[in-house]
Each structure stands twice: as structure tokens, then as C-alpha cells.
Write a protein that binds this ligand. Sequence first.
Ligand SMILES: [Zn+2]
Length: 282
Amino acid sequence: MLDNKIPKAEYGIVGGSGTLSSDFPNNIQAQDVEIIADNLRFETPYGESPAMRLFSVGDKQVLTVKMHGWRSGVSRSDASRQVFWVFREAGVKRILSEGGVGTVNKLLDLRDFIVPDDYLDMSVRKDVMLDGRYLLIMREALCPEMRKTLIEAVSKRFDGRVFIRGTYAVTDGRHFESPAEVAMLNGHADIVGQSMCPEVYLAREIGACYAGLYFTVNYGEGIKVWSHEDMSNIFYDDAVMIGEILLETIRNTSAQDKHCHCQELRKETLLKDVYNSESAKG
Ligand SMILES: [Zn+2]
């Protein structure tokens, strides 16, 4: 059933492989967490949104979606636009994303955690936007304030290795990268995945901060042979911890009192006649 009224929420979580196997946040024992509404779907200019869940952490309302909104029959760019269009209408100001990634940097091992500070977009979905009203400056694209809070939350709950900066290379997928592609990325990126773009652009376009938590689930081809079993074990074993880290980060992040420059890096475009709301959808 379609829900016409988009609820207010200042926080968004774009769930990925880390929470996919779980019923996040129902799988977390927490006194201050309550599900407000479930299975919410909204009409958007890009088609019906994926199912969303609205919950509260203390007095903060959070909208969340599974697996980046990806589903069969919907292009990934439309899925992302549906999610971020709803986030904008809901008034979301802070967005957290998570996901499993492959290694590019040879120093990385499976189950390392990374909070990237930059990205390299190798996807061909370059023009994914909502209405194109803004010039998006991608300096400090991953919110420094949210990254700091996220790193503190990870360090409290995870005993393994946490890398507090790194570059996330984005490819289209769904296939993984070839040995030659991983070799080409090496030296330019540390990890490779398929979700950070266009999410990071759309977050900036709606004026929201964006940061992500990523964990290595496979080695890049040509680095070391990995098993599918390793990957699925990580997905299942770490879901509760990843959920707890996300909730802790929300608890410690204010949507009103921001100490970052994310919003100032979005400027009114000088190309208003070109990017009006109609031409941007065509
Ligand atoms: Zn920010």
C-alpha cells in the first residue's frame, strides 16, 4: 500500500550488506529504540520507493531502507533517487550508509573496518540527480563530523582493525572487478564497492551530511583468493555489531547543531535555465 504522507525524520540510514541479514534495529537490545512504522512505500517522481522503516532512538526519528533501496526491475540510479527524494521530503539532515566492500589496498584483510574520507567514481552513472538546482562541491564529501562520531562508535565496539581514512572506488556492478581493474585501482583507492555513488552526490544535493561504515568481505581479484563462505559469515556474524554502531552514531550526532561545512558546499547553480526540474527528469 502506498503511503501519501512522508513522516518527518532528521536522520536516514541506508542499510547495506552489514544489516541485510538482520531485522535492524529490532535485532538490537536497546531501551531507547522503538519502531514507529514499517513497510512504508511512497510515490516519488522516479517511481514507487522501496520499503522503508521509521523508528526512533531516544527523541530522534530515523528513516531506514535495506540494501541501498536496490531491487530487481528498478535501475540502481532510480532506486537511489527514490530513497533520497523521500529523505529530502522527510527533512533528513544526517545520513549514514554501510556496506561490504572488496579490498584494493594490499595491506587490507577480511573484516577490516574502514570509514573512508574520499571516493573515486568509476561508475558510468554520472548524471544521477534530483532536480539539478545546485552546484555540488565535493570537497569533504564524507562529513568530517559524522566520520569522527562513527569512528568513535566503531572503536568502542570492534576489536579488529579500524582504518579512519581511505578512498572508496565505486564501480557499477553487479559483477565484481577483474584482476586488471583491481590492479588499475591500486594506488588510487583502498576499497571498492558499488553504493557510495550516487548516494554521496544525492546527499549533498538535499543538503544532508553523509558518511559511511564499510567492512572488507572479499579480496580484490589478483590480490588473494577468497571464499564465498567467508563473505556470508561476515554478513551474518557482524550484523548486530554494525547495527549497534549505527545507533550509537545517531545518538551522538545532532541534526541541529552542526560543526561541519557540508551544507555550505552546496551552491545555487548558475545554469538555472538548463537544469530546471523538468529537464532533469527527462
Ligand atoms: Zn556534515
